[in-house]
Design a protein around this ligand. Structure first.
Ligand SMILES: Cc1cc2nc3c(=O)[nH]c(=O)nc-3n(C[C@H](O)[C@H](O)[C@H](O)COP(=O)(O)O)c2cc1C
Ligand SMILES: Nc1ncnc2c1ncn2[C@@H]1O[C@H](COP(=O)(O)OP(=O)(O)O)[C@@H](O)[C@H]1O
Length: 316
C-alpha cells in the first residue's frame, strides 16, 4: 500500500480511484462495511484509496489527551487497511491550518486532485471548517464534479450504532468480549519487549513488558486472559497468556504498564516485537500485603486460565 503524506493540497493522482474518507480508528464493523461498499463498486482498472484523518481533531486543536489514545496505532491502521485491499493511504496531518479548509475547497480543490469516481463515507460524516458540512453536503458538492457518493448507514449491534468511541469505552471498561464483537477481532497492542525491574522472574512469573504503547487506549487495570503473537520470520509463534494491565500497587508501581506472562514458555524475548491480544477480563488489580499474597493469587490466576483454555495444570 502506498502512503502519501498530506499537509495541504494532496498531489495530483491519475489512477481511477474510489475514495474512502474518515479516521478509521480500530477498523470496526462499521468501517468494514464502508470497505465492502467500496469493493462492490470497484472496477478492474480502479484503485481504492483512503483519505485518513489519523489524529483526532480534538487532540490537535485542544490538546485533549483522551482523544490521542486510539484502538489502533498508526502502524496497525496501515496494516489493517492494506489487508482489507486498500491501495493508497493519504495520511492527513491535521493541523489548525487544515481545519480552516471550507467544504467547497475540500471537494473542489482537494478531492478534485485525485481522479475520483466515487466517494464512500459513513452516515454521520462531517467535514470542512468547524465540521460544518455533512454527508449530504458532500454529495451535493461532489455532484458538481460528477463524482458519485455512497452514504453507508450505521451498523447496529443490540440497537446501538457501532462507533470507535463506543469501542474505546468498552476497552476502558475491560469488556473485551464486547470489543471483539465490535471489531471482528480482539483488541490488541503491538510493541517491543522492554526490560522491567527483573522482579517477575524472582516471583516465578516472568513477564514481557510491552513498550511503546502510548498511542493505545488503556484497558481497565486488571488481569486478562489473552494471546501473544511473537513476530518472527518465517512464521510467527503464538502463546496463551495472562496479561497484567495497570499500575501494580503491590510493588509501588508508578506508571501504567502492560505485561504478559506466557503459559508454557521459557526463553528470552527482549527487544522482540510482540502483539498482545486481550480476550477476557479475569479480575481487578489488587493491592496485596506483600509479595507472597501476590504470588499466591498469580498461581490461582494461572490455574483458572488453564482451566478455561483446557490446558493441563502443571503441578510440580
Ligand atoms: C497474572 C498476574 C497478575 C498480577 N496481578 C497483580 C495485582 O493484582 N496487583 C499488582 O500490584 N500487581 C499485579 N501483577 C503485576 C506484578 O506486580 C508484576 O508483574 C511484578 O511486579 C513484576 O514486575 P516486573 O515485570 O517489573 O519485574 C500481576 C502480574 C501477573 C503476571
Ligand atoms: N513465560 C514467560 N513469559 C514472559 N516472559 C518470559 C517467560 N519466560 C521467560 N521470559 C523472559 O523473561 C523476561 C521477563 O522477566 P522479568 O523477571 O519479569 O524481568 P523484567 O520485567 O525485568 O523484564 C521476558 O522479557 C522474557 O524475555
Amino acid at each position: 500500500m502506498e502512503t502519501i503524506e498530506v499537509t495541504a493540497l494532496p498531489p495530483k493522482n491519475e489512477k481511477n480511484t474510489i475514495l474512502l474518507i474518515g479516521k478509521f480508528d480500530g477498523l470496526h464493523l462499521g468501517h468494514q462495511q464502508l470497505l465492502k461498499e467500496a469493493s462492490a463498486w470497484r472496477q478492474r482498472n480502479e484503485e481504492i484509496a483512503v483519505f485518513g484523518f489519523s489524529e483526532h481533531p480534538l487532540w490537535v486543536l485542544k490538546g485533549d489527551l483522551d482523544y490521542k489514545r486510539a484502538l489502533s496505532s498508526h502502524q496497525d491502521k496501515l496494516h489493517l487497511l492494506e489487508q482489507a485491499g486498500v491501495n493508497r493511504y493519504y495520511h492527513i496531518n491535521f493541523t489548525k491550518e487544515y481545519a480552516q479548509i471550507t467544504p467547497e475547497q475540500f471537494v473542489h480543490e482537494h478531492i478534485a486532485q485525485l481522479n475520483v469516481s466515487r466517494v464512500v463515507v459513513g452516515d454521520g460524516f462531517r467535514f470542512g471548517k468547524g465540521g460544518n458540512a455533512d454527508a449530504n453536503g458532500l454529495a451535493q458538492l461532489c455532484e458538481e464534479l460528477s463524482i458519485s457518493v455512497s452514504i453507508v448507514p450505521h451498523i447496529n449491534v443490540q440497537h446501538k450504532k457501532v462507533s470507535s468511541t463506543e469501542v474505546r469505552r468498552n476497552v476502558a471498561e475491560g469488556r473485551m468480549e464486547v470489543v471483539q464483537s465490535l471489531l471482528n477481532r480482539p483488541f490488541e497492542m503491538t510493541g517491543v519487549v522492554e526490560k522491567g525491574e527483573a522482579l517477575g522472574r524472582q516471583l516465578g512469573f516472568p513477564t514481557l513488558n510491552v513498550g511503546e504503547i502510548e498511542e493505545y487506549v488503556r484497558p481497565k487495570p486488571g488481569v486478562y486472559l489473552g494471546i501473544v503473537k511473537v513476530h518472527a520470520a518465517p512464521a510467527a509463534e503464538y502463546y496463551y497468556t495472562l496479561i497484567s494491565a495497570g499500575y501494580r500497587p503491590t510493588v509501588n508501581g508508578e506508571s501504567y504498564k502492560v505485561e504478559a506472562y506466557l503459559l508454557d514458555f521459557s526463553g528470552d524475548l527482549y527487544d522482540r516485537t510482540i502483539t498482545v491480544k486481550f480476550l477476557r477480563y479475569m479480575r481487578g488489580e489488587e493491592n496485596f500485603n506483600g509479595l507472597d499474597e501476590l504470588v499466591e493469587q498469580m498461581q490461582k490466576d494461572e490455574e483458572e486460565a488453564r482451566e478455561i483454555l483446557g490446558l493441563s495444570n502443571n503441578e510440580e
